[in-house]
Design a protein around this ligand. Structure first.
Ligand SMILES: Cc1cc2nc3c(=O)[nH]c(=O)nc-3n(C[C@H](O)[C@H](O)[C@H](O)COP(=O)(O)OP(=O)(O)OC[C@H]3O[C@@H](n4cnc5c(N)ncnc54)[C@H](O)[C@@H]3O)c2cc1C
Length: 444
């Protein structure tokens, strides 16, 4: 890079640390501001599922202590059970978040500066452009502010150009590790996921994890204390290994559940990770997507400066649009299709969901693909085989599933038609079409 490009990275989340390292390595000055007091103080004392290709792509070793979960058992509200087996080389890694954070932090600290105990309060704007942030009551300036503050980013209130999903697009999730009940018989199903848990929109899980059981209950939009208590009681009743004592976690967290932000960039500003709704929860996608986006964003800046663009031009919405576009073409568009599928499944009757899972209509590979956030692309021959497997009586149910898949495909196609150049009116038109295709609502 000719003239030193300066970036502020707000939040030392996965995307923030990864992009700071990548930008610093490319010669830019990057400073990360994180409110936690130290790395040890950062959240998530547990392991998370991450798509295996994410590490290779990001050039990161798989963190120590990671293991692969090779099977999952899905349970519907009426008790239908389906096991999914994954080929070992394709199974997600279950990764210690603290190990991963430590690795990303070490890389970021090599090429950038990380300042803990830094409370980001808002964005500083001048002439319609984001020029810095307020942190611990002081203003700091840079060519680009990267928003990696997670789903409740305080920066977005000052950048109205950016998409903010409403409450329904957020998943409220309780997660705790409980001591394994002494003397309880070994669980038959080790990784059990409840779909439409208790017949409500939402999921739950009970995962056997050595001497602990990983317990989760989540509902889109929010979860009252009563709903949570009912969910936990039922989970403990059906999973006798769940003991009383919580050893780790035990809080309610918020995860974006839906399609990525249709606008994640503005002049001097780019959102990454949960701040840009890049995750499709429970599919091992949030971490993978944040790592991928970090590389794309750093590349977008360094290639612009190599082409001779000034720092201000490199950090303009026009150039940053290349980042958003590449992200959509690499992962975001497919997430839009998966979103349609997830919304559709939550609307299915318990009976239809149960039948779909246990019948031969969905193959093991189909279930694996859906569980990993890949969109189902069913060809004519395959569709005919499914009709045959289902029988004529089930045709109306298949039409329903087919309609949902068709809507998903349409959403992916529209998402991929993301304008090549940043032209505000064209971008707005695209956003409107995409939001309608995914949610059925006119919202942007
Ligand atoms: C219960 C749960 C389970 C999950 N399971 C998985 C999984 O299995 N696989 C997967 O891939 N993903 C999973 N995720 C999602 C994953 O954590 C995120 O998608 C991913 O970490 C990207 O988030 P992020 O880095 O953008 O934001 P975050 O991880 O939320 O990081 C934001 C950072 O910004 C800091 N911050 C926030 N506000 C301020 C402020 N005002 N000033 C300064 N700093 C601030 C926070 O302290 C934090 O360090 C899970 C999330 C939760 C909550």
């Amino acid at each position: 890079m000719e003239k030193r490009f300066k970036a502020i990275v707000a939040g030392a989340g996965i995307g923030g640390l990864a992009v700071a390292a990548a930008l610093g390595k490319a010669g830019a000055e990057a400073i990360v501001y994180e409110r936690a007091e130290s790395l040890d103080d950062m959240r998530y004392p547990w392991h998370d599922d991450v798509q295996p290709e994410a590490f290779e792509r990001a050039g990161i070793e798989v963190p120590k202590g990671s293991f692969r979960k090779k099977n999952w058992t899905f349970v519907t509200p009426d008790g239908a059970v389906r096991r999914m087996y994954e080929a070992p080389e394709k199974a997600d890694f279950s990764v210690w978040r603290r190990e991963l954070n430590a690795e990303l932090y070490a890389r970021a600290a090599r090429y950038a500066e990380v300042r803990f105990s830094s409370q980001v309060e808002g964005a500083v704007r001048e002439n319609g452009r984001v020029v810095g942030i307020t942190v611990n009551g002081e203003r700091v300036y840079a060519d680009l502010v990267i928003d990696s503050l997670g789903v409740d980013s305080v920066l977005k209130k000052d950048v109205p150009e950016i998409t903010v999903h409403d409450g329904e697009e957020i998943f409220a999730v309780y997660r705790a590790f409980c001591e394994k009940r002494k003397g309880a018989p070994e669980a038959v199903y080790t990784n059990k996921v409840y779909l439409k848990h208790l017949g409500e929109r939402g999921i739950a899980w009970a995962i056997q994890d050595g001497d602990e059981v990983d317990v989760l209950a989540g509902r889109p939009g929010g979860m009252s204390k009563e709903v949570l208590m009912r969910a936990l009681e039922k989970l403990a009743e059906e999973n006798v290994t769940v003991g009383e004592r919580v050893t780790r976690g035990g809080g309610i967290y918020r995860i974006p559940v839906r399609y990525p932000a249709t606008r994640m960039v503005a002049d001097g500003y780019a959102a990454i990770g949960d701040a840009a709704y890049m995750t499709v929860p429970m599919l091992g996608s949030g971490i993978a997507a944040s790592l991928l986006a970090a590389d794309i964003l750093a590349e977008c800046i360094s290639s612009a400066t190599e082409r001779g663009l000034s720092p201000a031009e490199a950090a303009s919405a026009g150039n940053l649009w290349n980042y958003e576009r590449k992200y959509f073409l690499s992962a975001g568009a497919e997430h839009c299709g998966v979103d349609v599928t997830k919304r559709g499944v939550l609307e299915f009757s318990d009976e239809l969901l149960g039948w779909l899972l246990v019948s031969d209509v969905l193959t093991n590979d189909d279930v694996c693909a859906l569980a990993k956030g890949r969109f189902l692309n069913i060809g004519v021959k395959e569709a005919l085989a499914k009709v045959k497997a289902a029988g004529l009586k089930k045709l109306p149910a298949l039409f329903k599933v087919n309609a949902m898949l068709t809507r998903g495909k349409r959403a992916i196609a529209i998402a991929k038609r993301i304008p090549a150049k940043f032209e505000p009116r064209a971008v707005k038109r695209w956003e409107r079409k995409l939001v309608k295709a995914v949610t059925g609502k006119k919202r942007v």
